[in-house]
Design a protein around this ligand. Sequence first.
Ligand code: APR
Length: 311
Amino acid sequence: MNKVSIIGAGMTGSTTAHWLAEREFTDVALIDVVEGMPQGKGLDMLEAMPIIGKDVSIVGSNDYAETKNSDVVIITAGIARKPGMSRDDLLKTNAEIVGNAAVEALKHSPDAIFIILTNPLDTMAYLTMKKTGLPRERVIGQAGVLDSARMRAFVALETGVSVENIDCYVLGGHGDEMVPLTRHSNVAGVPLREYLPADKLHAIVERTRKGGMEVINLLKTGSAFYAPAAACAQMAEAILKDKHLIVPASAYMNGEYGLKDMYFGAPVQLGRSGMERIVEYSLDADEKTMLEKSAAAVSETHDALKKLVNL
Ligand code: APR
C-alpha cells in the first residue's frame, strides 16, 4: 500500500486524510505538535473505515518516526490566516514551522515527494526546496487546483452546467494577483469569453481572486479547508497512480514563463516522479502583464523570506 504522511493535523490536514482514506489508494499518517489530537483524529477516522468499507490504515502521532517510508508528504502545518491578515503576514512563523517539518519528514522518508499547502504557499514551497536540497521535481505547491476549482464552481453556479464540463485554468501566485485565464477556460469546449457576458465573467474572475478571503470572512475563526484538502488529495493521487495529470500547481521556475529561481503557479504534469514538466501556454499581451504583476508579488515574498531565513 502507498503511504502519505500529512504534517499538520488541523482542519486542512485531517480533511486531506479524510479525502484520501475515502479513495482507498494509500495509508495515511497524521502528525501534529498538539498532544493527543492527531492520535484522536486518526483513531476516529480509522473507526469510520468499516462503515465506508475502505481497507486503509490511518495513524496519528506526534512523532515523525510514524512517517517512515512515506511516498508523499503533505505539509499543512502552520498558523491559518485570520480575518484582515494577509497571507504574507504569516511568513515568519510558518517559515520556521514548514522548514523544520520538511527537514524532519525527509529524514524518515528519503524518497518522498513533497506537496506544500501552508501559506504563503509559493514561498513555503521555495523554502522547502532550499531547506531540503531536493530537486524541483520533488517539491510542489498546492494552489492552482484550488483556485481553478473555485473558478469552476462559480462558472457552474452561473451557467447551471455540470462542474465536470467546466475547465478553468489559473496561473500565477496564490494571491490576489493570480491570473484566471478566461481565454483558455471553457464550458464543454466553448471558451468562457463566448459563453458568458463580459460583466459576469469579470465578476467570476474577481470572486476567484478573492475566494480565500470570502471563506475566511464567513468562517471568522479559520480559513478554507474542504477544497484545499480535496486539492491536496487529488495531487497525491495523480502522483501515486502515475497519472501524468496536468493540473495548475506551484512549481520551481527555471526559465519557464521568463521566470527564474522562484515558485509560481503554472500547469504542471504530475506522475510518480513528482512534477514531470511545466506546460507553457502562449500568452497574449494582457495575460503577460497580469502574469508579470503576479510574479512581482511572489518575488517580493520570496525576497522577504530570504531576509528572514538563511537558505
Ligand atoms: N509541527 C506540526 N504541526 C504543527 C506545527 C509544527 N511545528 N505547528 C503548528 N502545527 C499544526 C497546528 O497544531 C494545527 O493543528 O498545524 C495545524 C494547522 O491547522 P489549522 O490551524 O487547522 O490550519 P488549517 O486551516 O489546516 O491551515 C493550515 O494551510 O491553507 C493554509 O493558510 C493556511 O497556513 C495555513 C495552513
